[in-house]
Write a protein that binds this ligand. Sequence first.
Ligand SMILES: [Ca+2]
Length: 81
Amino acid sequence: MTLIYKTFAKQAGEDKQLNKAELRGLIEEEFPSLQDAALHAGDEDTGEKLLKDLDWDESESIDFMEYVSYLAATTCCIHKH
Ligand SMILES: [Ca+2]
């Protein structure tokens, strides 16, 4: 969990929130296969789509809890298949 937080905080900066550009940077750095899959599906702006999907409180940014929820959901999906 510490490593997950450090990865998040590295991109999020002092405000501890990921904006669209920071989210895109995190995806490109940590989940390149997700970026490749999105591009292959014709979704060129993965950051924009993910921001809408993850931003539960519609704050236009992703906080750590929203990010961790995404990781948990993704991990569950991966292990089902
Ligand atoms: Ca949010």
